[in-house]
Design a protein around this ligand. Structure first.
Ligand SMILES: CC(C)(COP(=O)(O)OP(=O)(O)OC[C@H]1O[C@@H](n2cnc3c(N)ncnc32)[C@H](O)[C@@H]1OP(=O)(O)O)[C@@H](O)C(=O)NCCC(=O)NCCS
Length: 173
């Protein structure tokens, strides 16, 4: 088997992506059209992890505003014209294919943000993944009341995190 690698997601990958989403996020379901819309609005941020002929994971990101999070399972309609972050909506990889791949996806998204003049990455950490994101340079951000109420829809323990790309680069990333 060749080493799994990230490549741009195509609409034909949608059934495989939805199947992975349903398996990994049974409590945070999203309709296929919600994933498809992100691929249409911002294809550059949407990748799949290709493992030979199979899809073993996906990563979805899009420009957004800091301190704001799109509700789960809702269409974005449009991207903000004055985006100030790339929002990592989800990275999900089947367990047999984990190990270094989230790091590679985040590196891709970081390059994309820098090339687009966007100075931060943002995400909502779920499933106690805070240490993972911290190891990539993300930091928890104190949520205001409005953000807190939106975080609740991501499950207990969801944390809003930002990585400031303008900060000095970390030697270990
Ligand atoms: C999150 C996910 C994509 C990470 O994939 P991965 O290939 O294991 O990630 P990486 O190996 O690139 O991660 C980098 C580091 O984080 C560590 N790590 C992985 N999962 C972790 C977790 N849940 N909590 C803490 N650390 C974690 C890895 O051991 C690795 O550390 P190392 O480089 O020192 O060995 C994968 O675990 C997954 O699909 N999880 C389920 C979905 C999920 O939680 N998505 C994120 C939602 S916010």
């Amino acid at each position: 088997m060749s080493k799994p690698h990230w490549r741009p997601a195509h609409i034909s990958d949608l059934p495989a992506m939805s199947a992975i989403a349903a398996r990994i996020h049974p409590d945070l379901p999203e309709r296929p059209e919600v994933l498809a819309e992100k691929m249409r609005l911002y294809p550059d941020g949407c990748c799949v992890l290709a493992a030979d002929d199979a899809i073993a994971g996906y990563g979805l990101s899009h420009p957004w505003k800091r301190q704001q999070i799109p509700p789960l399972d809702r269409l974005l309609e449009r991207l903000p014209g004055d985006a100030d972050c790339l929002y990592v909506h989800d990275v999900a990889v089947l367990s047999d294919f984990r190990g270094g791949v989230a790091r590679d996806y985040v590196a891709t998204i970081e390059k994309l943000a820098r090339a687009s003049g966007i100075a931060a990455l943002a995400l909502v950490s779920v499933y106690a993944t805070r240490p993972l994101w911290e190891s990539f340079g993300f930091q928890p951000v104190t949520a205001d009341a409005e953000l807190r109420s939106k975080l609740a829809s991501y499950g207990e323990g969801a944390i809003y995190m930002l990585r400031d790309l303008a900060a000095a680069p970390r030697a270990d990333i």
